[in-house]
Design a protein around this ligand. Structure first.
Ligand code: G6Q
Length: 548
């Protein structure tokens, strides 16, 4: 660990003064003076293209951003992650989601031990099991094929599997249905159990620690439901566990033979490539799961081996730093124009905000600059009819990533062309805007009176100069999804390096887990509130009264 204050580096100072000058620059003027701008600010890896020309940047901006990245030791930090160094410094752990998809199978050592054999062993076990379920060889207690697969997990043990299963819905086996129970709200359990039949249901209990109250409570409820219907023996045929904690899995009553292991060097939000991806492998088949890993591996290799200037995750990350730390824009939207990618924003929200929502640096100092932004999003075109008003005309600027497949899995009539026209129009409109004069002319053409024009013209104008990235690929398939998700993982990593924070701990999430446990007995009437503030105490009493 070396001490460093990123905001005291030369590159940071230069970026500050560059930004002062650049604030007045309009992107549309940059496009007008340079017909090659789109080519200059575009990069691709295979069939994934990033157009970042609609940003408030020129070549000097990118040069300075890359020298900031170098000043922060980024190149060495990337190597350290891939080497298996303990870069999760607060938890003293390596960060090796890249090993889970290390398709080259090169050795990666943790404390002198190559981790690849154990990873390969679990992958082989996942292949065997997912094939057996898909082909009806692993049957339920009464001999029926298991066609309803229910993943019980929360946070990192839920969001990746949900997002990837939905993204790859077109690849699901015809007779398999996937369900997800995450929330402790009984509704989550009830709604799924109402739909499935115990004889044909496989429950996957996904929990890294196997101590998370939501997951264990949901798993116990599902276990009881199954045992009530089919008897205790049925558990061995209908329950499997994904965890790092063998002891707790056994205590829960799942045979360790039915456990798929992963390890502490895999963070929850980075775990969909591990055993946590079992439901993905069952839904889409192990070969497709491997394609997902292959895509991620291709992005890993690009990230590790490409110079910063052409490195997709690095470019995305440094653009984020530019807005966050120099323009003071602490928001960011991700909008996939693909219905199957509808859960990508929720997935990225955890990835980004849980990794980089930190105010203490790795040197245990309070940071003196902004770190992770607020991330939100949703599928286009739907969100054009909701929060896009603010993105176009709000007082807040929201840099936006558009994610665009050129081909839809459902090419019906002109649907996809209309969708594509929309996303391209959004990016252009955000960049170009509409002057008051242009708005007035439009109103005039529409036959409005002078008074109406003079009143309405400001409402109808758009200041423009609002940045966006456009990420285009051919079609969402397992390989491309792997590339996209790995791209964002590495983007988040780069930003964590620049901000000098530990992107791989999550003490904020752990706080919630502890606090609920202390209030629970009070709500259940077995204890009385001590040490709470008066608001919490009175809310506890109010809720107890209402529940009587
Ligand atoms: C992820 C977080 C968090 C975690 C859940 C579930 O990085 O740590 O979202 O995944 O709290 O934890 P378990 O998998 O241990 O149940």
């Amino acid at each position: 660990m070396f001490e460093r204050k990123v905001n005291k580096t030369k590159a940071w100072k230069k970026l500050e003064s560059h930004c002062k000058h650049f604030r007045k620059v309009q992107m549309k003027d940059l496009f007008d003076i340079d017909e090659n701008r789109a080519d200059k600010f575009r990069v691709n890896l295979d069939a994934v293209y990033l157009d970042y020309s609609k940003n408030r940047i020129n070549e000097r901006t990118m040069r300075l951003l890359m020298s900031l990245a170098r000043d922060c030791g980024l190149e060495e930090k990337i190597k350290a992650m891939f080497r298996g160094d303990k870069i999760n410094v607060t938890e003293k752990r390596p960060v090796l989601h890249i090993a889970l998809r290390n398709r080259a199978n090169t050795p990666i050592y943790v404390d002198g031990k190559n981790v690849m054999p154990q990873i390969n062993e679990v992958l082989a076990k996942m292949k065997k099991f997912s094939d057996a379920v898909r082909f009806g060889e692993f049957k339920g207690q009464t001999g029926k094929k298991l066609t309803n697969i229910v993943n019980i997990g929360i946070g990192g043990s839920d969001l990746g599997p949900v997002m990837a299963c939905e993204a790859l819905r077109k690849y699901w086996a015809k007779d398999i249905n996937c369900y997800f129970i995450s929330n402790i709200d009984g509704t989550a359990c009830a709604e799924v159990l109402n739909k499935v039949d115990p004889e044909t249901t496989l429950f996957i209990v996904a929990s890294k620690t196997f101590t998370t109250i939501e997951t264990l409570t949901n798993a116990r409820t599902c276990r009881k439901w199954l045992v009530d219907a089919l008897g205790e023996h049925a558990v061995a045929k209908h329950f499997v566990a994904l965890s790092t904690n063998r002891e707790e899995v056994e205590k829960f009553g799942i045979n360790p033979e039915n456990m798929f292991e992963f390890w502490n060097f895999v963070g929850g939000r980075y775990s969909m490539w591990s055993a946590i991806g079992l439901i993905i492998a069952i839904a889409v088949g192990f070969e497709n799961f491997e394609r997902l890993l292959d895509g991620a591996h291709a992005m890993d290799q690009h990230f590790l081996n490409t110079d910063l200037e052409h490195n997709i995750p690095v470019i995305l990350a440094m653009l984020g730093i530019w807005y966050n730390n120099f323009y003071g824009i602490h928001r960011y939207a991700v909008v996939p124009y693909d219905q199957y990618l509808q859960y990508v924003p929720a997935y990225l929200q955890q990835l980004d905000m849980e990794s980089n929502g930190k105010f203490v640096s790795v040197d245990a100092d309070y940071v003196k600059y902004a770190t992770g932004p607020v991330l939100f999003g949703g599928a286009g075109t739907n969100v054009q009819h909701s929060f896009f008003q603010l993105i176009h005309q709000g007082t807040e600027i929201v840099p936006t990533d558009f994610i665009v497949p050129a081909i839809s899995h459902n090419e019906i009539g002109e649907h996809h062309e209309i969708l594509l026209a929309n996303v391209l129009a959004q990016g252009e409109a955000l960049m170009r805007g509409k002057t008051i004069k242009e708005a007035a002319e439009e109103l005039k053409k529409a036959g409005k009176s002078k008074e109406e024009i003079s009143y309405l013209k400001k409402f109808k104008s758009f200041e423009g100069n609002r940045p966006s990235n456009t990420i285009v690929f051919k079609k969402i398939d397992p390989y491309t999804l792997g590339m996209l998700i790995a791209m964002y993982e590495h983007k988040v990593f780069v930003q964590g390096v620049v901000w000098n924070i530990d992107s791989f701990d999550q003490y904020g999430v752990e706080l919630g887990k502890q606090m609920a446990l202390s209030i629970l007995p009070e709500l259940q009437g077995n204890a009385y509130g001590v040490g709470h503030d008066s608001s919490t105490n009175s809310l506890i009493s109010l809720i107890k009264r209402l529940r009587k």
